[in-house]
Design a binder for this molecule. Structure first.
Ligand code: ADP
Ligand code: MG
Length: 326
């Protein structure tokens, strides 16, 4: 504990972190000592991911504590999903403006609900005073050499997206526009604050996908990351984008694809599948709990071309996140 901590207050808060009912058998030493001790199974590798959420930057300051607990873990589990890893443990660095016990209790409720649903145990962390900032590190396991990477896409691979991209960005847009009364608001806001990490999908993609990334900065921006490290280009068929009814009810009719292509916070998986794996891919699509849609193909070059239903090229005017709402 550092000298700036008011003891009692922060000790009480630490108590909340010990309340998770889930106890994994591979954690001989969890919260309470100077460090945690975990057992890594033979033949496996650790996959480590970390994401920070800063109040006012990554989420509106009035976001409910429960949602922040959920989301701060969900964005990390989404990275593990994109690596094809099975999550096991997490650590939490929490910076709080004051020792608000009610806030921490709600935060832990959201965090533990998602953690326990995926058999992930909180094994340690750090608590400090300062502007509200949440850093989670999640630790996952993959069989040796089996991690899914961004770098394996090849010309001719088909490009798929899970779920409905763009909904989270439209939820944020409605919130910022003060349109809480909109019929689609509750659904779109839940997509912003309670993303469902696609862990089952990520693990099922091992042996099927040639490259995979989770979409956090926008579909085009994240597809460009695959193109850059795989040294390929891409062609997207915009009329194939899985735009939901709630999405269509809110999106700008003049730029109907913009939020799906450039909006942030989707936490869907974007992945590529070679031709010889299409049969397995079709089987996966029948079994998958989330919608999987083919939206294009990997090409030569290094650019992404977006074509509309008439085969005309569509040029997104920016990768920005604002002004999605009509
Ligand atoms: P130290 O001074 O040795 O770093 P601390 O007093 O900061 O120890 O923490 C005591 C114990 O509480 C440690 O096991 C630490 O991992 C755990 N802990 C502190 N903050 C958190 C947190 N935000 N989440 C989970 N565990 C925490
Ligand atoms: Mg110590």
């Amino acid at each position: 504990m550092s000298a700036s901590h008011p003891h009692g207050e922060f000790q009480l808060i630490r108590d909340y972190f010990q309340q998770q009912s889930l106890q994994r058998t591979d954690v001989p030493l969890g919260i309470g000592d100077d460090g945690a001790v975990v057992s890594v199974p033979a033949g496996h590798q650790l996959v480590l991911v970390m994401d920070t959420l800063v109040a006012g930057v990554h989420f509106p300051v009035e976001t409910p504590a429960y949602d922040l607990g959920w989301k701060s873990l969900a964005v990390n589990l989404s990275d593990l999903a994109a690596m094809g890893a099975e999550p096991a443990w997490l650590t939490l660095a929490l910076t709080l403006p004051q020792g608000d016990e009610t806030w921490v209790e709600e935060f832990c409720r959201g965090l533990f609900e998602l953690a326990s649903a995926h058999n992930v145990q909180l094994i340690g962390g750090d608590t400090t005073r300062g502007p509200l900032t949440i850093t989670v590190q999640a630790h996952g396991l993959v069989e040796e050499g089996k991690a899914l990477l961004r770098s394996g896409a090849a010309v001719g691979d088909l490009i798929y997206i899970s779920g409905h991209p763009g909904e989270a960005a439209l939820g944020l847009a409605l919130l910022q526009a003060g349109q809480q009364q909109h019929l689609s608001f509750a659904h779109l806001l839940s997509r912003l604050n309670r993303p469902e990490p696609r862990l089952h999908l990520g693990r099922a993609l091992g042996g099927i996908a040639s490259a995979c990334i989770d979409v956090s900065d926008g579909l085009l921006a994240d597809l460009q990351h695959i193109c850059d490290v795989s040294d390929v280009g891409a062609e997207l068929q915009l009329h194939q984008l899985p735009l939901s009814a709630d999405y269509r009810a809110v999106a700008d009719s003049e730029q109907p694809y913009k939020a799906a292509l450039s909006g942030g916070d989707d936490y869907e998986l974007l992945f590529c599948v070679p031709g010889q794996r299409q049969a397995e891919m079709e089987r996966l699509m029948e079994q998958s709990e989330c919608l999987l849609t083919c939206i294009g193909e990997i090409t030569e070059g290094n650019n992404i071309r977006c074509l509309d239903a008439n085969g005309l090229e569509y040029l997104p005017d920016s990768l920005g996140f604002n002004h999605f709402v009509e």
